[in-house]
Ligand binder design. Structure first.
Ligand code: CAA
Length: 260
């Protein structure tokens, strides 16, 4: 596939997908969102790809949000369609079987923070900035910020960020549990690739089972979540990878996983 607003590179099981509209700080136009959804669906189907990394083109921004120029012209029906498209992309991203790591290389504002919240986890450069500044535009987050941000950092912090529109730096984002690790801008992509390649070397079936169990169990009663885990755990025992992993340990050799 050839994309106008995305760059894609695949290496050693890791896809690096880059939002590429640097003139608008990678703002999420409708065209970009349509391409993003299509690209995620392609990556999900591509057996060569085990892990996806998302980042932004240029040194300034991951994604500066939804497209403000486009939104200025929208009526409520068009805004609903635009919000629905963003939600469709991010719910696909959140539930696809392959892990997705956000490598945040600058501003991740509004829709940019919302993209990162749908990823499995977030690494950031020390110049990254996060926030939900929609309130300054007279609107609110429209790609899941009112839902995923409270679930990630807690209700009160989410309220403060959404009501004030204040931005926070990478270190503060790490303190509140939004970001896992902070690197220098030069180290961000190599370190994220290192983590992605480590995950790509595991059993894809086990990673998928872990992701599914965490996602499916997160918002429900813990005992129901544990039932989901029991099922996901036991199903792996019908797979060659689990036999291989358990046998390799006992034979004191590295496992060779084949995703079956
Ligand atoms: N949409 C469209 N264009 C954007 C944009 C956005 N979200 N963010 C930046 N741009 C454009 C600017 O208009 C500018 O274009 P021109 O060169 O044609 O004037 C270009 O990108 C560079 O931006 P700035 O000149 O503003 O760069 P800066 O370094 O001075 O400031 C910034 C950087 C602080 C990120 C600033 O651009 C900014 O505040 N951007 C908007 C952030 C924002 O409010 N995001 C939330 C959007 S609403 C949303 O996301 C809703 C939702 O959940 C669905």
């Amino acid at each position: 596939m050839v994309y106008e607003n995305l760059l894609l590179e695949i290496e050693e099981g890791v896809a690096l997908l880059t939002f590429n509209r640097p003139k608008a700080l990678n703002a999420l136009s409708t065209d970009l969102l349509n391409e993003f959804r299509d690209a995620l669906q392609e990556l999900e189907k591509n057996d060569e790809v085990k892990v996806v990394i998302l980042t932004g083109a240029g040194s300034k921004a991951f994604v500066a949000g939804a497209d403000i120029a486009a939104m200025k012209e929208m009526n409520s029906q068009e805004a609903l369609d635009y919000s629905s498209l963003g939600h469709e992309c991010l719910s696909y991203l959140e539930t696809m079987s392959k892990p997705v790591i956000a490598a945040v290389n600058g501003f991740a504002l509004g829709g940019g923070t919302e993209v990162t919240l749908a990823c499995d986890f977030i690494f950031a450069s020390d110049n990254a900035k996060f926030g939900q500044p929609e309130i300054n535009l007279g609107i609110i987050p429209g790609y899941g910020g009112t839902q995923r941000l409270p679930r990630t950092v807690g209700k009160n912090l989410a309220r403060e960020l959404i009501y004030t529109g204040d931005l926070i730096g990478a270190e503060r984002a790490r303190e509140i549990g939004l970001v896992n690790k902070v690197f220098s801008p030069e180290e961000l992509i190599p370190e994220t690739k290192k983590a992605a390649k480590k995950i790509a070397g595991k059993s894809t079936l086990a990673i998928k089972a872990a992701k599914t169990a965490i996602n499916a169990g997160y918002d429900i009663d813990q005992s129901d979540g544990c039932e989901i885990e029991k099922k996901a755990f036991s199903q792996l025992f019908d797979c060659k990878d689990a036999k291989e992993g358990l046998t390799a340990f006992l034979e004191k050799r590295p496992p060779k996983f084949i995703g079956q």
